[in-house]
Design a protein around this ligand. Structure first.
Ligand code: AMP
Ligand code: MG
Length: 497
């Protein structure tokens, strides 16, 4: 594929909501997907629409917020130029290889923006596909709103992520533990190519299929690698780097993905598949929220290690491309994988330095950061608020800030700050750009979902999304949004929703 096809078509047709689809994925070998349309739904109603994202995508937000959008985002109307398909993929789920695929999602096509960028427009919860296994192909309202809220919050926090363009209720019901209203989320992603997509191609195809997929991924995400001597090894290195950056970002804001299976890891480096994810209130390295993660495989402090494990599964699929001699390929891939902990730590520590208002680097910065985290852990301190409060200038009355150990830490931090040329005000500004005032607190997300599900009241959700869209500012309206769950109840999240 050449550059011309990458930039796609540029004429936006105003009569169809501004959709300007190209369908490069549909031109890949047909083992990688199944063409089919979403299954129509009885009486769709749009409950959330992301006006500014629609505009960024070059869509006609005014048209789409009306009936046209409801019809398209429910799967009842296929926009002009779309070539809907369900993607094939496999994945290691909790360490075990399984063949999966889009069991309840349909890729409508790739929207080419006015700037020539390419984004997948995918409906999630759009009905059964050949990959549905025993599933109904549908999604319940709560989890789709949850993905919308949290992915939008992540975007505002500056973490690479898929995004929510719209949520519609279908008018149908889904049977889970109870009967729930059905919904469809329209998700926007740089692509839906997963580590699991490569695992699928490696398990089913010959080397040429993996090569086609790798070339496609390079073309789509990392075109600068194409002309290098070993683009496939560089693809591995680049994905390693982007995943290290992503997971360092998660660690720096206290986000726990909850189900880091290889099918939930995107080669674009975006956070994808918001299932049982959550933000922690109290800092706890062992924090795990997912009801099925009994071993804590995907606990907060395990995320970097699991990321590296997943990257090893990705590397295995690339071996035949990296070098014709398998032994040599393994040596090269292993070298790359072994660089992960260092790359991750560099990103993570760079993030921690910023959280602590540090502009330059010193040998002992790692110690400074981990000492604080240890104290936070011992005192049951709130992860988000502790960092935000550190920049306030005066120490609040929380237990953590009163202890002798903390005061000693505080002295060494103040000394460290004085050894850099920047002023205290500059440090505070940096800290306030890196330490959010608001995150999607679990109890507030649940409250929003409850109001939507039980009472059809979306105002709580909309207000929450609005607050979360400016997480680093200091606004009076934040008030209760900054507080951890007053009930202090343990929080649990669920898969298969
Ligand atoms: P997830 O937990 O959303 O990452 O999904 C894991 C796999 O299960 C994917 O292949 C999904 O397509 C599939 N899946 C999840 N829920 C359903 C459902 N209700 N119907 C059909 N397939 C599903
Ligand atoms: Mg998934």
């Amino acid at each position: 594929m050449n550059k011309e096809s990458n930039s796609g078509r540029s004429n936006i047709n105003p009569a169809n909501g501004g959709f300007n689809f190209d369908n490069s994925y549909a031109r890949l070998p047909d083992s990688l997907y199944v063409r089919l349309n979403p299954v129509p739904v009885p009486s769709p109603r749009m409950v959330l629409f992301n006006h500014s994202l629609a505009q960024d995508l070059g869509l006609d937000a005014e048209q789409l917020k009306k009936n046209l959008g409801t019809a398209v985002f429910s799967g009842n109307l296929i926009p002009e130029g779309a070539e809907p398909l369900a993607m094939s993929y496999a994945g290691h789920q909790f360490g075990h290889f399984t063949v999966l695929g889009d069991g309840r999602a349909i890729l409508l096509g790739e929207q080419i923006t006015p700037e020539g960028k390419r984004f997948d427009i995918q409906l999630k919860g759009s009905g059964q596909t050949p990959f549905s296994r025993r599933g109904d192909g549908r999604a319940a309202l709560g989890p789709m709103l949850r993905e919308y809220i949290i992915s939008e919050a992540m975007h505002a926090l500056g973490i690479p992520t898929t995004r929510g363009l719209a949520a519609v209720t279908t008018g149908g019901e889904v049977q889970r533990q109870t009967v729930l209203p059905g919904a469809i989320l329209t998700r926007v992603a740089s692509s839906h190519i997963r580590v699991g997509t490569f695992e699928y191609a490696a398990a089913h195809g010959d080397t040429s299929e993996i090569r086609t997929l790798a070339d496609y991924t390079i073309w789509r995400h990392y075109p600068e690698l194409k002309s290098s001597d070993n683009p496939y090894l560089l693809l591995l290195d680049t994905v390693i780097e982007n995943q290290a950056l992503l997971v360092a970002g998660w660690q720096n804001i206290g986000f726990i993905h909850g189900v880091m299976n290889t099918d939930n890891m995107a080669l674009s480096g975006e956070t994808i598949d918001y299932g049982p994810c959550a933000f922690m209130d109290v800092y706890d390295p062992a924090a795990v929220f997912s009801s099925i993660d009994h071993q804590g495989r995907y606990a907060y402090s395990n995320q970097p290690r699991i990321c590296q494990w997943n990257l090893a599964r990705f590397a295995e699929t690339l071996l035949p491309l990296i070098h014709e001699k398998q032994e040599k390929a393994i040596t090269l891939a292993t070298q790359s994988l072994e660089s992960f902990p260092r790359i991750f730590q560099d990103f993570w520590l760079a993030g921690m330095r910023e959280k602590l208002g540090l502009f330059n680097t010193e040998e002992n910065d790692l110690r400074l950061a981990t000492d604080l985290l240890d104290l936070m852990h011992k005192n049951g301190a709130d992860f988000t608020n502790t960092f935000r409060k550190l920049s306030s200038g005066t120490l609040p009355e929380d237990q953590l800030f009163q202890g002798q150990n903390f005061l000693e830490w505080h002295d060494s931090w103040q000394n460290r700050l004085s050894r850099q040329p920047q002023s205290v005000d500059e440090s505070r500004l940096l800290m306030n750009r890196r330490n959010p005032a608001v995150i999607p607190r679990n109890h507030l997300v649940e409250d929003a979902l409850e109001n939507a599900e039980a009472h059809g009241d979306y105002s709580v959700t909309s207000r929450l999304i609005r607050v979360l869209s400016r997480p680093y500012e200091h606004l009076t309206e934040y008030g209760e949004y900054r507080l951890p769950d007053p009930s202090g109840r343990p929080y649990q999240t669920f898969c298969g929703t």
